[in-house]
Design a protein around this ligand. Structure first.
Ligand SMILES: NC(=O)c1ccc[n+]([C@@H]2O[C@H](COP(=O)([O-])OP(=O)(O)OC[C@H]3O[C@@H](n4cnc5c(N)ncnc54)[C@H](OP(=O)(O)O)[C@@H]3O)[C@@H](O)[C@H]2O)c1
Length: 197
């Protein structure tokens, strides 16, 4: 009887973990973030003016990260900044407004600014979280304009930012890109190890 009870109990724990990981076994296998892996690291989060990006900023701040927060709306970034609490927050939190669809030249300036905020370390973690919010329509009703806007922000802007920041990380020999991805909320860590081995 006791064994049956334990099995049912373990099944419900598994089910709970399965549901909060959106059924993603990779995500399930991840442990809680370790403070020593985040503390004093420079974390740059896009789309930090609301939603998941705002929550990520709060989590990273509480783990002692040095934060750079980006989005287009500077006023909202300032609001988020005042709410951050941690070893380096809110005082040392840097606000870096940017538009991911603004093209390579403009994003290069943003990357240079981000790298200059904490010159001793540069950016350790780039969290690509920003996304164009397409009006909710059926796929059959999506306009070409809507598709282009989505592609410009979610794909082209994200890849361009990665391409511009990666050389700084490669030069230092470390750095990570984290991508928050729609549908499965996969948080994948490219790492860059293979690029410099
Ligand atoms: N919410 C969900 O249920 C869900 C589920 C799975 C995955 N996700 C993914 O999680 C991420 C965040 O989702 P969310 O629901 O928190 O989104 P959200 O509330 O719509 O926030 C999007 C963020 O991206 C920024 N942004 C939009 N266009 C931008 C641009 N051109 N340049 C720079 N920043 C821009 C927005 O700020 P500004 O408007 O100030 O620029 C905002 O901070 C997205 O990648 C989404 O695909 C969400």
């Amino acid at each position: 009887m006791l064994i049956v009870f334990i099995c049912i109990f373990l099944f419900f724990i598994f089910l709970y973990k399965f549901l909060i990981a959106y059924g993603d076994f990779t995500l399930m296998s991840k442990k809680q973030p370790k403070r020593q892996e985040i503390e004093d690291k420079v974390v740059w989060i896009t789309g930090a003016s609301r939603g998941i990006g705002e929550i990520l900023a709060k989590q990273f701040a509480s783990l002692g990260a040095k934060l750079i927060i980006s989005a287009r709306n500077e006023a909202e970034l300032n609001r988020v900044r005042t709410q951050l609490k941690g070893k380096h927050a809110p005082d040392d939190v840097k606000i870096l407004p940017l538009d991911l669809s603004s093209g390579e030249d403009s994003l290069r300036i943003a990357v240079e600014k981000a790298e200059s905020f904490f010159p001793d370390s540069g950016v350790d973690y780039m969290v690509h979280n920003a996304a164009f919010e397409r009006p909710k329509t059926s796929i059959l009703d999506v306009t070409e304009e809507g598709l282009k806007a989505t592609f410009d922000v979610n794909v082209l802007g994200t890849i361009t930012l990665t391409k511009l920041l990666a050389p700084f990380m490669l030069k230092r020999g470390h750095g990570h890109f984290v991508v928050v991805h729609k549908n499965s909320l996969i948080i994948s860590d490219f790492g860059l190890e293979s690029a410099w081995q």
